[in-house]
Write a protein that binds this ligand. Structure first.
Ligand code: FES
Ligand code: FE2
Length: 359
């Protein structure tokens, strides 16, 4: 495992940006959920209004974990979440959605001002819970993607594939955006006609046109793939059915990342039928199998701090410069953007089958 400092990405161990932190379905009722991201334990809970809140995991009174408890009578008596407040299972202090303690059930004393949980705003969208993470504590510098198709007719809503934690720095996942040369060996692509990257501020785009054996047999595949900030990938795919991949990855600790995958599929019926949904699920499973090919490599590789770059690899070095904007103070973001902004076309594209190329 290698850390942000090992890769020389910047002076902030964790990146700034919008990140996924849970599937909305994990918060079905009002049972709080323990999560850990950006090196810190936190608790997600849904108030009785349906609104989701993210607070520090540990109670300021004596340090109990607010979610990791099943036996306290606070939990057994269903007093864990009341209205929009969460109650500590240890001595029953209750905290409002602003993080402030609003009840100490047994003490006549005034509630201390320091009895407050740190809290962070979250957005529930497209079946996911998202948070803005910023080491400098500033407001978001760009919008969370709207995922508009998720809410439109003809589109089958995704169900998230939870790939779990990867003992890898997320930069290794990012590399994929610029990695022209892995398509044939890993995914069985052939005839890669187009491989281009656009670097544009907080976004980076990959345009690919190629065959893709894992995903759809011999038919050519066109994908437009982009990152909005450092942790959210979307990819529009042509093919049998128009579809949009979403891959979200969020640092858990420095050098450990949690990963989700999902696919929206467009079907002929405005109101998808059971058959449409079954087809979309099968399509998502095929897309996830393709992603699993990358995932297997990442799961077993050693960290790559300095790629041994050769012509035809794709602009992995540029991509890592782009990525550095999120690991340094916001004031420096433009400096990294200016170094990479523009289009990069990767040549060295051969149309012969992979076996012939290595012969
Ligand atoms: S530790 Fe939370 S109320 Fe005492
Ligand atoms: Fe890949």
């Amino acid at each position: 495992m290698a850390t942000t400092a090992d890769y020389g990405l910047g002076d902030q161990a964790f990146p700034r940006g919008w990140f996924m932190i849970a599937a909305a379905a994990e918060l079905d009722g009002t049972t709080p959920l323990a999560v850990r991201f950006f090196g810190r334990d936190r608790v997600l809970y849904r108030g009785e209004s349906g609104q989701v809140y993210l607070v520090d995991a540990y109670c300021p009174h004596m340090g109990a974990h607010l979610a990791k408890n099943e036996t306290s009578f606070v939990i057994r008596d269903h007093e864990h979440v009341q209205g929009e407040s969460i109650r500590c299972p240890y001595h029953g202090w209750r905290f409002g959605p602003d993080g402030k303690c609003n009840q100490i059930p047994y003490s006549p004393q005034k509630i201390p001002a320091a009895a407050k949980l740190e809290n962070w705003p979250v957005i529930e969208r497209a079946g996911c819970i998202w948070m803005w993470h910023d080491p400098e504590g500033l407001e978001p510098e760009y919008e969370l993607p709207p995922f508009e198709e998720y809410y439109q007719p003809h589109w089958v809503k995704w169900e998230l594939d939870r790939l779990g934690e990867l003992a890898s720095h997320p930069v290794e996942i990012l590399d994929n955006m610029a990695d022209r040369a892995h398509f044939e060996p890993v995914h069985g692509n052939d005839a890669v006609d187009v491989f281009e990257n656009d670097f544009d501020g907080h976004r980076v785009v990959q345009r690919l046109r190629a065959g893709h054996r894992t995903l759809q047999g011999d038919a050519p595949l066109e994908t437009d793939t982009w990152y909005t900030g450092p942790g959210i990938l979307q990819s529009r795919m042509s093919g049998q059915f128009p579809s949009i991949i979403m891959i979200a990855h969020t640092p858990v600790d420095d050098g450990v990342v949690k990963v989700w995958h999902a696919l929206l599929v467009k079907v002929p019926n405005a109101e998808p039928t059971a058959d449409d949904v079954a087809m979309a699920r099968a399509y998502q499973a095929a897309a996830c199998a393709a992603f699993a090919q990358d995932f297997e490599i990442w799961s077993n590789k050693r960290p790559c701090v300095n790629p041994m770059a050769v012509q035809g690899d794709g602009p992995i070095g540029k991509l890592r410069i782009w990525y550095r904007q999120f690991y340094n103070s916001r004031a420096r973001a433009e400096e990294f953007q200016k170094r990479v902004n523009g289009t990069h076309v990767t040549r060295g594209t051969l149309s012969a089958p992979f076996e012939q190329k290595v012969a």
